[in-house]
Design a protein around this ligand. Structure first.
Ligand SMILES: *Cc1c(COP(=O)(O)O)cnc(C)c1O
Length: 423
């Protein structure tokens, strides 16, 4: 008799975006003429840049010819891409890696979800709250999360990040072994300074813990002194694995490519006290369970690093960040407390009057025809926030802001007065 992995039975269904879609559809049935503007889903909207398209066409043509056809590629990824990564993402920041420390992935989510394969089931895991759900659910599937009570796991350490602590998580009051950090952050759009990240690296080194650092939004950083890579912090190569993705950097959500850095110096310990290099374990895991990212996707990623490719992706990022700026300035002007949106394409907006995030979601939908994501969907610390994304067309962004402005001027409980009273 086949038995299931019981850990899956404790997972709550992933209803967030389905629930949003249901509510939006109900609204559309009642208001068939109103155009609904979605600032909800965290997916890019602008097409791939010309350099990437050209590289993909060329790669397809190579596949059409027996002399240049590519079958299985190296599990680590093609050397041309790993060299480009080292040269462009790390050397300019004074960081040296060997190509064998770079693993090309098919998007960061797979590796973020799979990395637990090489870590024992009883490591203590810490995540920030609110959180990107992959970190929690993948640990729950491995039996590392304990018991689920109302969506909170008994063995996960939640580190609240809210306006009250300036979105900088405090060190846990007990030892943890594995820490997920994501900066710039999804969903809050906030960042850590070098000094703030240093605190975590120090903690991990002292604790012999591992930081799993999600740098998916690194390309959106605009301000100086915000680390683009955790390896800018001294000692991080002894305690951190870093995940990169071209999804948000270059619109690759449908192309699938990124990379993971597992430094050779990163060591974990066996129960018998033996030191084990995680680079080797990950290589072993990948060569068994992964057959590589498509050649076409890897050539597409390589094209991002050409001068032309760089200028094209920077233009798209600048476009999204201009949306973020418009949104931030409008919402602040009409009295909302807004976080993020400076070094990330997400805005984390405090609901007026401590409104519940689902209630405010409905208000925005019904009074403005604008869709956001209720913060509660990312964890209990999100229950008085909503997330807005800047991954939209400019026209939609402007229209959404003008509708929210009207909504606020028409409602008696002006957001402005609400937030002033809170202080
Ligand atoms: C979008 C995103 C990723 C990237 O996912 P891919 O699998 O590379 O598309 C990783 N982490 C976070 C927090 C994200 O929002």
């Amino acid at each position: 008799m086949a038995l299931v992995n019981e850990n899956f039975l404790q997972l709550t269904e992933n209803y967030l975006f389905a629930d949003i879609a249901k509510k939006v559809n109900a609204y559309k049935v009642l208001h068939p003429r109103q155009k609904v503007i979605s600032l909800g889903i965290g997916d890019v909207t602008q097409p791939l840049c010309p350099s990437v398209i050209k590289a993909m066409h060329k790669a397809v043509d190579e596949m059409a010819n027996a002399d240049t056809f590519k079958g299985y590629g190296p599990e680590h990824g093609y050397a041309f891409l790993r060299e480009a990564i080292l040269k462009h993402d790390f050397h300019p920041r004074g960081i040296r890696f060997d190509p064998s420390e770079i693993f090309i992935n098919d998007g960061a989510k797979s590796d973020l979800g799979n990395i637990g394969d090489i870590l024992r089931w009883d490591n203590l895991v810490a995540v920030t709250d609110p959180v990107y759900p992959v970190y929690v659910d993948s640990n729950a599937m491995a039996g590392r999360a304990g018991i689920n009570r109302d969506g909170q796991w008994s063995d996960i350490t939640y580190l609240p990040t809210t306006a009250e602590n300036d979105f900088c998580p405090e060190l846990p009051d007990h030892g943890v072994d594995v820490i997920y950090l994501c900066y710039p952050n999804n969903p809050t759009g906030t960042v850590l300074t070098k000094a703030q990240l240093e605190k975590w690296v120090k903690y991990a080194l002292k604790q012999e813990a591992i930081i799993l650092y999600d740098a998916a939004y690194e390309a959106y950083i605009q301000e100086p002194d915000i680390p683009h890579s955790i390896y800018e912090i001294r000692g991080a190569r002894k305690c951190a694995i870093e995940f990169h993705s071209y999804s948000k950097t270059a619109g690759f959500t449908g192309v699938r490519c990124g990379y993971t850095v597992v430094p050779k110096e990163l060591i974990a310990t066996s129960m018998r006290g033996q030191s084990v290099a995680l680079n080797h374990l990950w290589e072993r895991r990948q060569s068994t369970k992964f057959n590589g990212t498509s050649y076409i996707s890897q050539r597409a990623a390589e094209a991002i690093y050409t001068p032309q490719g760089q200028s094209e992706i920077r233009a798209t990022i600048a476009y999204y960040m201009e949306n973020a700026k418009i949104m931030r300035e409008t919402l602040q002007e009409i009295g909302f407390k807004v976080y993020g949106g400076v070094n990330a394409p997400y805005l984390w907006v405090r609901t007026p009057h401590h409104a519940d995030s689902w209630a405010f979601f409905e208000e925005l939908l019904y009074a403005a025809g604008v869709v956001c994501t209720p913060g509660e969907g990312f964890g209990p610390s999100g229950k008085e926030y909503v997330r807005l994304t800047a991954f939209c067309d400019r026209q939609d962004c402007l229209e959404a802001m003008s509708r929210i402005r009207n909504m606020v001027s028409q409602t008696h409980h002006k957001a402005a007065q609400a937030t002033e009273k809170e202080e």
